[in-house]
Design a protein around this ligand. Sequence first.
Ligand code: HSE
Length: 429
Amino acid sequence: MSSKQINIGLIGLGTIGVGVAKILTQNKENLALRADIPVVLKRAVDLDLSRVKSLDMTGVALSTRAADILEDPEIDIVVEVIGGVNPARSFIETALKSGKHVVTSNKEVIAKHGLEFVEIAMEHKVNIYFEAAVGGGIPIIHALKNSLAANNIEKIFGIVNGTTNYILTKMTREGAAFEAVLKEAQALGYAEANPSADVDGYDVAYKLSILGSLAFNSHFSYEDIFFEGIRNINATDIRVASDLGYVIKLLAIGVAHGEDVELRVHPAMIEKSHPLANVNGSFNAIFVKGNYVNETMFYGPGAGELPTASAVVGDILDIAMSPDMDRAHPSIATNLKDKPIRPIGEIVSEYYLRIEVADEAGVLASIAQICGNHKVSIRAVQQKDPVSGNAELVLITHLVKEGSMQAALAEIKALPTVRAVHSLIRVGI
Ligand code: HSE
């Protein structure tokens, strides 16, 4: 690391990159005071440089080739904010192998290749930081790596996707349908043209694999995490949930058990009195329960240009303030236990079930019989007004194993009097 100043090379001038360029150029005096050394944006690259035209980038070498940064021996820290796996992965590997520290906001590449990066970083005596990969501006990674490190983490759960939280919030407030809100969110730029990573739960699974690895001192592949998105959540379920005192949110949930760990991503009905029920729009919130600290809550903007850039620049300062490190921290636990993820069939939850049935004598009894056979105990039943000879039943169960619930559901679906099983949503956290 240069002893006179810290030189930054920024790869990617999209939303987050522009935010990073703004903070590094507009707040440089303050950053230099904090780090006790000038932190200089030396180079920035993107195929499209138009987005920084309105910024004062005096002294910053702009170009379209990442190699200009990766091959510059004076660059100390490479900031990768292009997202996705390719070519981000090779940029990160090349930077680390060239003895440069890396800061990234890229949850997908960290979830898929973080372990390899940490190993390369350790070999080359540099580090890789990724605070902005989870929770936008919320300092949850630093909290897990440092501030809460004294604890055995018992549970971590929360809302870590701003796009889906924005969609669910709008559906809840306006009684609107998923597709309509998604289209509106896309038009406003809150949701991507291809929304799958957000609405189908991939983004949350990437983030949970990172959070879970740090919280539970093990490495978890996102592919082993059960995840469901919000495509099947409809306005009726949101309304019925509200009548019953619940709000539907897309949750990431991690729970430590003795020998294994629960890691799952799915929509869940949470009580309106729970603080997560009031986390709305693109905000994120994460609860962490440690054995010494007890329950903590981290809340803030989960996405967006400046909040995410704030986390990126925080990482840059972290590196700038510890320039003499001679080994990378095992920032995604590489050296600890290998804990299995509990199969989804083994987790225990309450369930909400909405079924359309023939409005005939004995139908409810036959459903209750199947539930009883599978030890699914019913906590509440509601029957809505009949529509064209059918009735809508809403059942809420007591705590039961997911495997038993699914086995009962398969039998319920096969009953000739059951017209449709509209929804199965887990209740509680
Ligand atoms: N697509 C992500 C979200 C961006 O909606 O939360 C922040 O990771």
